[in-house]
Design a protein around this ligand. Structure first.
Ligand SMILES: [Zn+2]
Length: 310
């Protein structure tokens, strides 16, 4: 309304100023997040984002311009609120990224893309576009609250509504990403990868919601022990299908196996083992750091679960 009082050249000048501010602002924002990267990840799930959505993502990401690694948080489906993007970016930059880099003494090497899904259908089609078989993807929708592949993370927001749960899952998946980017994921057994990701995720959850973190562990451990009591326990090295069909969360079993090692030998030795596995292989590194073979440790651990001695 105040523009009404300006006349002639002053109006033209102001008009030009506004236009150039918008143009330069847009160019400035576009330099912050690689457009190529956003397009690549949106093509990966067969969905092009609208221009407005790209601008919005860039605008929010621009709040964290100098922080490495570069993280792009993307709407995986249209039911995701824009406020969730800002919330996830905040958790990543203030909690998950620093926590993971510091405790594992590793750095992220490449940019990270995080897709948020607000609906089961959105999550399902995201997993299918990732190349996961439909039957497995359907089970994953029911049994996972996050998944990482390379440097891309999928988070179904509707499955992470408990207090601290979003902190937990983001840190958990970022642990997988840092392992992927540092060749550790392909060097260590899956149960150690998952167990350490659980430790990292629970640590961040405990920082904001100690009670719910304790409840989660207590309930999960009780389910593992009950399953082994009923002869329904599965091996630490069981395949994907056995894991998805087990009557309990098999990753809790991984977590218990890793925490037992950490309680005995200390966290530094766990980090040491993982780093040395890249060059020496997991068997040699495990034997050197923990003074026994992986196979022997796994056998003894599972025996203790059968006898409920944990
Ligand atoms: Zn995991």
């Amino acid at each position: 309304m105040t523009m009404m009082f300006y006349q002639g050249k002053r109006v033209v000048f102001l008009h030009k100023l506004v236009v150039w501010t918008i143009v330069f602002g847009a160019i400035f924002m576009l330099t912050r997040v690689p457009r190529q990267q956003i397009h690549q990840v949106s093509v990966a799930i067969g969905q092009w984002l609208t221009q407005n959505e790209i601008l919005l993502i860039e605008k929010i990401s621009a709040n964290y311009p100098k922080i490495k690694p570069q993280v792009v948080v993307v709407k995986g489906d249209h039911s995701v609120e824009s406020s969730s993007i800002a919330q996830v970016l905040r958790i990543l930059h203030t909690q998950s990224l620093p926590q993971v880099e510091k405790s594992l003494a590793l750095s992220f090497q490449q940019p990270i893309s995080v897709y948020l899904f607000g609906s089961r259908n959105g999550y399902l089609s995201g997993l299918e576009h990732w190349g996961i078989r439909q039957t497995v993807a359907a089970t994953m929708v029911n049994r996972t609250n996050g998944v990482a592949n390379g440097s891309v993370v999928y988070i179904p927001l509707y499955a992470n509504t408990l207090k601290g749960s979003l902190y937990n899952v983001l840190t958990h998946e970022l642990t997988h990403v840092i392992f992927n980017q540092n060749q550790i994921a392909r060097s260590i057994p899956t149960w150690i990868n998952e167990g350490v990701a659980w430790m990292e995720g629970l640590q961040t959850q405990a920082d904001v919601a100690k009670r719910s973190e304790m409840m989660l562990v207590k309930r999960g451990e009780a389910q593992v022990l009950a399953a082994f009591g009923n002869h329904e326990g599965v091996s630490l090295t069981s395949g994907e299908n056995a894991m998805l069909q087990a009557p309990y969360d098999v990753e809790l079993e991984d977590y218990m196996a890793v925490t037992k090692l950490v309680h005995t030998f200390g966290w530094k030795n766990m980090v040491h083992f993982m780093k040395d596995s890249v060059h020496e292989g997991p068997d040699t590194s495990f034997q050197k750091v923990f003074a026994e073979s992986i196979r022997h440790y796994m056998n003894e651990f599972q025996k203790s679960l059968h006898q409920s001695k944990i």
